[in-house]
Design a protein around this ligand. Structure first.
Ligand code: BGC
Length: 426
């Protein structure tokens, strides 16, 4: 490889989600947090000490109920302009964010004009700084009235979803080039309805299947609405995908369970909606090795959440996603929980090599969004996992400080944008 493979218009971005950064959101999650914070703090040691890398280093935070409340977030709802200045400083040229349905439609059929204007300005401020907005309509959180009617478990509620999507289309479609309908429908359905770890903590395979199926319908319906609103808008999806591999490549059981898991986790949903996709986005965080039908990952290296880190696992996933769908690809999330910032630079560099390799083999990859720009509220784990290129000190005025890996990422992007410095696979 003799030249920089990333074109000048490659999107180098970062991702966020409304509930994880904005602060003061009122939705199904915020209610659940308040109801469960004490219990989560009390049971933290038992749940986490065998999972996370270093229990002692998180014990104080993980046993504090305040850790489990999104609360003031990182005050991004008010500080977005300052935050976009930071994104600009990092040389990003794209930004993925989600809008909070519960702000836009706090009551059924009632639109909050202030919130609608807020996101209009949000998009404007991104553009002003040369950051291409990738608007994500649904990143798991929902207004309480929608949940009270049964959320995505009831297909009749899809009419509420369609009305919301129509509103988004009416208000913002003209200001956007890219839109993502749903974030990780596979993770949401699994954790909320099958494993039952997240609100509403259901463990029912039928409920799970219904929600998953309805989300596929929700995507297709949203696609039709958005397409009508704008013939040029690029409409996509952001499922979670894992690099799923057989632990013993010659073993029949491992091969079969790997094939099944790949189909179920990576392809099932996308196959259902692939004709209604202008691009395929996906979120990549880890490799999963299967032995005798069970997850069997190497012990190291693991991130702070205990997830096995194999950044180069992105490469086979890119190759397969391209082979399956032959549509432009965007990596809509990718990153590492790393409070000490000891792995992030390595992770980013290996990820870039994996992307370069796939692109040199013909994959039409057009953008990369790191998760996340800031430390943020990590759902059931709360505040202790640190995914940010930028550290946020919530104890001291929410001060933002760019981590060394963030500075490195900024330099590397600049070099790519100038057409210099291929990583050359080294
Ligand atoms: C989600 C994010 C989350 C990240 C790290 C993804 O599954 O889309 O909301 O913070 O992973 O766990």
């Amino acid at each position: 490889m003799t030249k920089n493979i990333f074109p000048k218009d490659f999107y180098w971005g970062a991702s966020t989600a409304s509930h994880q950064v904005e602060g003061k959101t009122v939705n199904q999650w915020s209610e659940w947090e308040l109801a469960n914070a004490s219990e989560l703090a009390r049971t933290a040691k038992k749940r986490l000490q065998h999972v996370v890398g270093d229990w002692e280093s998180i014990a104080k935070q993980a046993t504090d109920p305040a850790n489990y409340v999104s609360g003031r977030g990182i005050d991004h709802y008010r500080r977005y302009e300052e935050d976009f200045d930071i994104a600009k400083k990092l040389n990003l040229n794209a930004f993925r964010f989600s809008i909070e349905w519960s702000r836009i439609e706090p009551e059924k059929g009632v639109w909050d004009e202030t919130a609608i204007e807020h996101y209009r300005d949000y998009i404007r401020q991104l553009r002003k700084r040369g950051l291409e907005p990738f608007l994500n309509i649904w990143h798991w959180t929902m207004p309480n009235w929608f949940v009270a009617e049964g959320g995505f478990k009831r297909s009749r509620n899809l009419k509420h979803w369609r009305r919301f999507v129509q509103k988004i289309a009416d208000e913002y479609a003209d200001d956007l080039k890219f839109i993502i309908t749903l974030n990780e429908p596979n993770v949401y359905s699994t954790f909320s309805f099958l494993i039952g770890e997240w609100v509403p903590e259901e463990k029912n395979v039928f409920g799970f299947a219904t929600v998953y199926y309805n989300l596929a319908r929700a995507h297709r319906q949203a696609y039709a609405i958005l397409r009508r609103a704008s013939p040029t808008l690029q409409i996509g999806l952001a499922p979670a995908m894992a690099n799923i591999q057989a632990k013993r490549p010659g073993n029949l059981i491992d091969i079969v369970s790997t094939a099944w898991m790949r189909y179920f986790w990576n392809w099932w949903f996308v196959n259902r909606v692939s004709r209604k996709l202008d691009f395929v986005g996906f979120n990549y965080y880890f490799s999963d090795y299967y032995k005798a039908g069970k997850l069997n990952n190497p012990d190291a290296p693991k991130n702070d959440l205990g997830w096995y880190m194999e950044p180069e696992g992105l490469h086979p996933l890119l190759i397969r996603t391209w082979a399956h769908y032959k549509k432009p690809i965007y990596i809509t999330e990718n990153g590492v929980a790393d409070s000490g910032d000891q792995y992030r630079k390595w992770w980013l560099e290996e990820t870039m090599v994996a992307m370069e390799r796939a692109m040199s083999e013909g994959v039409d990859l057009r953008g990369y969004f790191h998760w996340s720009l800031f430390d943020n509220f990590e759902w059931k784990y709360g505040w202790w996992p640190k995914f940010g290129l930028v550290h946020v000190d919530r104890e001291h005025g929410m001060k933002r400080t760019i981590r060394p890996s963030g500075i490195w990422y900024a330099h590397r992007i600049k070099s790519f944008q100038k057409g210099e410095l291929p990583t050359n696979g080294k």
